[in-house]
Design a protein around this ligand. Structure first.
Ligand code: FES
Length: 333
């Protein structure tokens, strides 16, 4: 019977946790580089887990132990994070993760047929790896590339508008060690190499491949053809989270209060006007105000900027601002 661990033994700075000494030394050096990028060391946990995967191809017990020591966390705390996100693997991953999207739009466009064809060709199912260690197959819940459905990603690079035949050919090439180039990115690197990039060490390939395709920017093109534009945030000039308070009576909504009375940051409405304070968004979501300001800067310099009504601007602003906050939260979660 496995004995429940008590506190891990006190680490020493040279403890290798089972890594070869040179590997452990390199891991510690790389970890120091990553940790130095954050004001609080524990904030470096996510990239450190990718760093572990760049060596072990999964979040290994020895990697967990090393992260815990480096960040002054318990192994349970590290494991709790590592098991929350699906990008962190709990068993050795193949050289290529092939993720077939079968979520709604991709399913409608044939994603299930793509998945079935790939699964049959490889002889494995979801979250399984081929015996030669080449490919791990995943059924993905939206690759965030719905405009190119059905989509397959390999090590987080997109392959657009796939068919069962194209997807089968793709995995056959991967298994044979033939380089494959993604639809909008570089030649796909293997799992360990990509994990190192995700840990924060660039591979120099960021500018390889195409930019956004027509399906992604068609809305922008149509907007430009019609002279449409997103309204600028009122009071953005020089403001950092504050909102103007000089709107005509009855047209101004309290800064962070939505139509249902709930605040944008999810706090309870007070029922009191809060027209002069900075929004509480910045407090609830660090950087939200700066993000909103940045969005406003982009919008105010938009090619087709033009006048808009104050009331319309305020209403649009509330919607846009909430979307921005939502994005900020998502980015930090
Ligand atoms: S539904 Fe497949 S990428 Fe979004």
């Amino acid at each position: 019977m496995t004995e429940l661990s008590t506190q891990p033994e006190a680490p020493t700075p040279t403890q290798t946790y089972g890594y070869p000494e040179d590997v452990a030394a390199q891991l510690r050096a790389d970890a120091a580089t990553i940790i130095a990028r954050y004001p609080d060391p524990r904030s470096a946990l996510l990239p450190l887990l990718h760093l572990v995967q760049s060596v072990d191809a999964f979040v290994s017990p020895r990697g967990i132990a090393l992260c815990a020591e480096l960040l002054d966390l318990s192994r349970a705390e590290v494991s709790a994070v590592a098991t929350f996100y699906s990008q962190y693997k709990r068993k050795p991953n193949g050289r290529y993760t092939v993720g077939v999207c079968t979520n709604t739009l991709c399913a409608v466009m044939g994603g299930d047929a793509v998945y079935d064809a790939v699964s049959e060709h490889l002889g494995i199912g979801n979250d399984e790896t081929t015996p030669d260690g080449a490919i791990t197959l995943e059924r993905i819940e939206c690759n965030a590339a719905c405009d190119y459905a059905p989509v397959v990603m390999v090590n987080w690079e997109f392959f657009d508008n796939v068919t069962p035949e194209r997807a089968t050919s793709l995995v056959a090439d991967l298994a044979a060690g033939i380089p494959v180039t993604s639809s909008r990115g570089p030649v796909v690197q293997d799992f360990r190499a990509v994990s190192r990039v995700l840990a924060g060490f660039e591979d120099g390939l960021v500018d390889e491949g195409g930019a956004g395709g027509d399906a992604t920017i068609v809305g922008l093109r149509i907007a430009r053809e019609h002279g449409w534009q997103a309204p600028a945030f009122p009071g953005d000039e020089g403001a950092s989270g504050e909102h103007q308070t000089d709107e005509p009576d009855g047209e101004h909504q309290p800064a962070q209060t939505g139509a249902d009375g709930a605040t944008a940051a999810g706090t309870e409405p007070t029922g009191e006007p809060t027209t002069s304070e900075p929004t509480t968004d910045a407090g609830a979501v660090p950087g939200a105000a700066e993000g909103a300001a940045a969005v406003g800067e982009e919008q105010s310099s938009a090619e087709h900027a033009g006048p808009i009504g104050e009331a319309e601007a305020t209403g649009e602003h509330e919607q846009t601002k909430q979307r921005t906050e939502s994005g900020e939260k998502g980015a930090q979660s």
